[in-house]
Design a protein around this ligand. Structure first.
Ligand SMILES: C[S@@+](CC[C@H](N)C(=O)[O-])C[C@H]1O[C@@H](n2cnc3c(N)ncnc32)[C@H](O)[C@@H]1O
Length: 449
């Protein structure tokens, strides 16, 4: 315990919030921001246990159900989360002795007022600590979907869909990659600063900087506590962005002086990148659906002093007549299921429903329909998502080609050679985690006829 704050109690509160529907990264960030004085090691422990417990929830529940008479779904929420986070530590964190994990879980059970459940928590955890190796996991031969689901802690319906779309080998690569820890990726704004100066500023503050794949200005950074305390961040020299997302501005290939509309822009990563590529010339109209979202874009515009990017509230499902046929480039980086970023936001995998999937495709098509109208003749439309669901990507792309006066245009002149393929020559790219060295992401480039 440090300064009266019990890390395991914080973990429990965060996990309960996530169970109630809060996004994991928001729940963790807001809890930690309340206790900024916590030592770095303790913050890292809290983050790791919360993220790990969530990432491995299906596997953890399988283990708990193998040892507990009360199944996980029948447990009281605080007990369930105490047990889940303890099993995560027992299985995946060698740094914490098993006895400490069990003792702390029992103490927390008592502190939360569940005196009568202390023996239960104690018994289940001590048995698991002793007999973890004897758990009989589902075998691939008997049931491939169930086996992959438990091994990689992914809901069966997603495993099933990806097996069908990508086959066993690729699906396993994707599933494995989602569980791997990754450093943060940033875009160095080399249009205003030299890469060397940016890297020096970071390393001077003790940050480890490594080149990220595919793009020379993309870096992996690690070994720091708060990004908000880094000079390169404060001064707008770096922006947090995955390489997959940086490829959108590469695919758009804006020219100085272009008029660009980004219909789903918040928090502004791609708009700002396009603005940088135009070196301060032209205009990027960065739009999003709410004032809250537009404030996020404005914050980034201010921090980066991006003079050619402007933000405004505009619902992309409502046709904006004033923009008709005006834009050289339209970016439609539409809201999506987010399956490509499950590695960073594990709660996404637990929120999947077939109904939501259908609704999201309808929303995407509505946005594409409106966005198409803003592209001037011979202009460019970039359609992108951070998902690996075919109905949101290839199927939407085909639907668009069949219904609108656009054709696909090769991405190869804009992409690094390592990413060239049959589909990039045609005009689209599906990045898959574990296959490519990025998040899962889709980009299609259309040109108006
Ligand atoms: C994938 S994110 C965009 C990320 C952004 N392009 C970037 O690079 O930082 C999708 C965005 O679509 C926005 N959105 C959802 N529905 C919308 C609508 N009807 N009109 C405009 N934006 C919408 C969301 O608020 C969200 O910011």
């Amino acid at each position: 315990m440090t300064n009266g704050i019990n890390p395991r109690e914080m973990i429990l509160e965060i996990l309960l919030q996530i169970e109630e529907g809060e996004h994991s990264h928001i729940a963790i960030r807001s809890a930690l921001s309340k206790y900024q004085f916590l030592p770095r090691q303790e913050r890292a422990f809290i983050t790791r246990v919360c993220e790990g417990t969530l990432e491995y929830r299906i596997q953890i529940d399988y283990i708990l159900d193998s040892f507990s008479k009360v199944t996980v779904d029948k447990m009281k929420p605080p007990i369930r989360e105490i047990l889940r986070s303890a099993v995560y530590q027992l299985r995946y964190m060698d740094s914490v002795p098993d006895s400490a994990v069990c003792n702390e879980a029992v103490k927390l059970t008592q502190r939360k007022g569940f005196y009568n459940l202390k023996p239960f928590v104690n018994g289940v955890l001590r048995t698991i600590a002793r007999e973890m190796d004897q758990v009989k996991f589902p075998s691939r031969e008997e049931n491939l979907v169930r086996s992959l689901s438990v091994e990689y802690s992914m809901p069966e319906q997603l495993v099933e869909r990806w097996l069908e779309a990508y086959g066993e080998e690729t699906t396993e690569k994707i599933l494995k990659d989602f569980l791997e820890e990754k450093p943060l990726t940033v875009r160095c704004r080399t249009y205003l600063n030299s890469q060397e100066a940016i890297v020096k500023s970071l390393t001077d503050q003790g940050v480890k900087v490594e080149p990220a794949p595919y793009l020379p200005y993309a870096c992996h950074i690690s070994g720091f506590d708060h990004i908000l305390a880094l000079d390169a961040f404060i001064n707008g020299k770096i922006l947090v962005q995955d390489v997959s997302s940086m490829l959108v501005a590469e695919a758009a290939d804006p020219q100085k002086g272009d008029y660009v509309i980004d219909v789903c822009a918040a928090p502004g990563g791609k708009s700002l990148h396009v603005g940088d590529k135009m070196e301060g010339f032209g205009t990027v109209d960065a739009r999003d659906v709410s004032q809250y979202k537009v404030n996020l874009i404005e914050e980034n515009i201010r921090r980066t002093n991006s003079i050619n990017v402007q933000a405004k509230v505009q619902d992309a499902t409502i046709f904006d007549q004033e923009s008709e046929l005006l834009a050289d480039i339209v970016l439609a980086d539409v809201p999506c299921s987010g399956y490509g970023v499950i590695g960073k936001k594990p709660d996404i995998k637990y929120r999947v429903t077939p109904q939501k999937q259908e609704e999201i495709v309808i929303l995407q098509r509505t946005i594409l329909d409106r966005a198409a109208n803003y592209v001037k003749p011979r202009g460019t439309l970039i359609f992108s998502t951070c998902t690996i669901a075919k109905e949101e990507n290839e199927e939407n792309m085909m639907w668009f080609l069949q219904n609108y006066p656009f054709k696909l245009e090769s991405l190869d002149p804009c992409l690094p050679e390592e990413l060239h393929s049959e589909t990039t020559a045609l005009g689209y790219l599906q990045l898959l985690p574990g296959v490519h060295k990025t998040d899962g992401f889709f980009i299609a480039k259309f040109r108006r006829k």
